[in-house]
Design a protein around this ligand. Structure first.
Ligand code: NAP
Length: 474
């Protein structure tokens, strides 16, 4: 559904009206219009700085080099020596930052993995504070922290945690011009897997992801790092449930964009719409209700027979049946629980017996409602919180078998589900986030595609919010 307010305030006249009345002016977000390039940052410059004892500078610079970025540095910054050490180790050529009048690069990366205590936090202040007025529209800020469990002292863990608050607040400040800021909490084993998350968070693919903290750790057993980023899903088979329309259709489209063959599943009543979605993708439509008693069996045998198994499974099918708990009939409770949660567990149980290829990756769609809760959504929120716990607890088991599972928690997304909301609720839902607008199905699909791909080998058991830093559950 078109966001008329965003369209209006982005017109010349609307801009003036919004400015004179002091109304919010949602920025136009820069989204990807094609798949990942082999080197996604080729032709772009990244400003890179670090704290004075940072331990991931070599790994971060090597990743930026692999992404094709030119690297600009600040010789007067306190952490410059650690940047130089990293550059020597990774063979990256550094350029000094230009004069004050030159624009700031659209990508800014700060490696804060060596903070020994709270005093060290001043080094991130010293990098950003003088440059805040120059942050260009749709810039990408990525900060790296050492995972708390991998820090050497309580003081270091405290400082690392401090970066969470810094990044979340920075995201709120720079969101006004469509810029994003996110934090990667990297375990020592995660250093080797940084390039993929950096590709996602520095690119147009993460336009609606901001103020988030994502843990990057070791990859599942046997995983190989991607050598290039374009068409990373070529040769893979991906299943998407609820693929006929909305977010599911967008997920199917983007997985196909990165080279996957897609099997879309939806209820038999949606067979026509499913066929229309899958045809341009050369995908396969499977009219199958996820709650059918034989859904797992039928899916597994189709996959086995046609493709030898699936590499990616995206559990997207979901429904809302909102009622205050006092008015909620048992059938509404059961329906939502069965579709949104029960079906995921039973289909996966069957697929894990047979129906998957080595290195399979699962992505489940949760919701920020499962994080913050919502009056009238006890059934829905229980399922969406359950999905988060499911991914977290299944991940270590899957990792030992070379597989991974993650979840995506959408905020307010412009779909049929949200178009049906009362007007006032819809308007509020759109604006209560740092980017002052709803996300698009494409935004969820980009996050799912990232998590389904080798770019996210270091991400397992996590839930990534795609919500423009929605205030719900923040
Ligand atoms: P949607 O437009 O209603 O699409 C959901 C799709 O799933 C529909 O095609 C639907 O078919 C299908 N489906 C429902 N029950 C099914 C079943 N038993 N078996 C197979 N397919 C089934 O919803 P959406 O907005 O794209 O949402 C997709 C996912 O994102 C859901 O899990 C939702 O909870 C989550 N989410 C959405 C938002 C948002 O703002 N839109 C926010 C947070 C989370 P029918 O049309 O026949 O029902």
């Amino acid at each position: 559904m078109l966001d008329r307010y965003l369209e209006f305030t982005n017109s010349a006249f609307g801009k003036q009206v919004a400015a004179s009345l002091g109304l919010p002016s949602p920025p136009r977000l820069l989204r990807a219009t094609a798949g990942y390039e082999a080197a996604p940052l080729a032709g772009k410059t990244a400003l890179f700085a670090a704290d004075s004892a940072a331990t991931a500078t070599a790994a971060t610079l090597a990743a930026l080099k692999q992404l094709g970025a030119a690297v600009q540095v600040v010789p007067s910054h306190a952490g410059f020596a650690s940047v130089k050490t990293g550059a020597q180790a990774s063979g990256v050529e550094l350029r000094n930052e230009g004069s004050e009048t030159e624009p700031l690069p659209p990508v800014i990366v700060f490696d804060g993995t060596g903070l020994a205590g709270t005093k060290g936090l001043k080094e991130i202040y010293e990098l950003f504070q003088p440059r805040m007025r120059k942050v260009a529209a749709n810039s990408r800020v990525v900060v790296l922290a050492r995972a708390l469990a991998d820090t050497d002292s309580v003081a270091a863990a405290t400082a690392a945690a401090g970066l969470r608050g810094f990044v979340r607040s920075l995201a709120k400040e720079i969101g006004k011009n469509g810029s994003t800021a996110n934090l990667l909490e990297v375990s020592k084993a995660g250093d080797a897997w940084l390039a993929g998350p950096l590709a996602f968070f520095t690119g147009p693919n993460s336009a609606y992801v901001t103020g988030q903290v994502l843990a990057v750790g070791d990859a599942p057993k046997g995983a190989a790092a991607p050598l290039h980023f374009g068409q990373s899903l070529a040769g893979k088979v991906a299943v998407v449930t609820g693929a006929a329309r909305g977010i599911g259709a967008a997920i199917a489209e983007l997985l196909a964009r990165e080279g996957a063959t897609v099997v879309g599943m939806d209820r038999p009543a949606e067979e026509g719409a499913l066929g229309a979605t899958m045809a341009p993708l050369n995908g396969l439509g499977l009219a199958l209700d996820v709650t059918a008693p034989d859904a797992g069996e039928r899916l597994a045998s189709e996959l086995k027979a046609r493709f030898g198994g699936a590499d990616i499974v995206v559990h997207n099918a979901g429904v809302t049946r909102d009622k205050m708990l006092r008015n909620m009939k048992p059938e509404l409770w059961d329906m939502v629980l069965n579709i949104n949660l029960g079906a995921i567990l039973s289909i996966n149980e069957r697929l894990l017996q047979s129906g998957l290829k080595p290195g399979a990756r699962f992505v489940c769609i949760s919701s920020i409602g499962g994080i913050g809760g919502n009056a009238g959504q006890t059934n829905y929120a229980a399922t969406k919180a359950g999905v988060i716990g499911y991914a977290e607890s299944l991940a270590p088991i899957l990792a030992r078998q070379g597989m991974a599972i993650n979840a995506v928690a959408p905020g307010f997304i412009e779909t049929q589900m949200t178009a049906m909301m009362p007007t006032v609720n819809r308007e509020v839902g759109r604006r209560v986030n740092s980017l002052a607008q709803g996300g698009l199905p494409q935004d969820i699909a980009e996050a799912v595609t990232f998590l389904a791909s080798p770019l996210a080998h270091g991400v397992n058991g996590r839930t990534l919010r795609v919500c423009g830093q929605n205030w719900l559950g923040a």
